[in-house]
Ligand binder design. Sequence first.
Ligand code: PEP
Length: 262
Amino acid sequence: MHPAQRRPLIAGNWKMNLTRDGAVALARSVARHAAGACVDVAIFPAFVHIDAVLSALRTDGTEVPVGAQDCSDAPNGAFTGEVSLGMLKDIGCHWVLTGHSERRHVIGETDDIVASKTAAALGAGMTCVLCIGETLDQREGGETDAVNERQLRAALGGISPADMLKLVIAYEPVWAIGTGRTATPDDAQLAHAAVRHVLQDLFGAEMAHRTRILYGGSLKAANAPDLLAKPDIDGGLVGGASLEAGEFGAIIDAAAALAVSA
Ligand code: PEP
């Protein structure tokens, strides 16, 4: 059973997919589905689609947070190709992902870079979804909890309790992202409970209790009910399945059904 203060969150990470029209159409469909649901829903389109998606939702009068998949930690200046938090806020974007595994393992972001972006995002008043998770080698070496703890302590060491109120964690085992392999619900629950334990050590029991920890990694309608039913899994960060309105809607429905029955 999820404590009342941890309202489930289902977030869609669209990565580098869709056209502008496709992103707008998908956003409209997600927002219609999310209206009145007893769970939070957020979407993360590509940078160049955020403005069009926000405008369309504003026109429709629907309210789904639209976030960015990354940000710069610098306020402005000679950083070719980067996008600042000020630019995002200027267009009405107030959510951001940091530390996604593709940025850590494909682009090469270090714990220090993720920490700096997380601090900058929270300092700018954004809601930040900090992604953590172990690689397959690390899992097979029994290092899952140690890796998560290292990534958490690196990113959150300098974060104030007030800023923690705008932080969501996404535990995403790297080997489960985009592979069709998911952690078993029991394994995911163990990892989430260990993450919450680290939060307790860093910020105390109450903060640990209220912070949402999402699961990510090949989450889809078929496996969502079992994963989302676990007590320390407070929603999902969804990649591939968030690109299909029906599939993503079914994950929202699964979270909503569990929230109602809790
Ligand atoms: C993700 O990119 O955050 C993710 C979880 O992807 P997928 O659902 O496709 O595994």
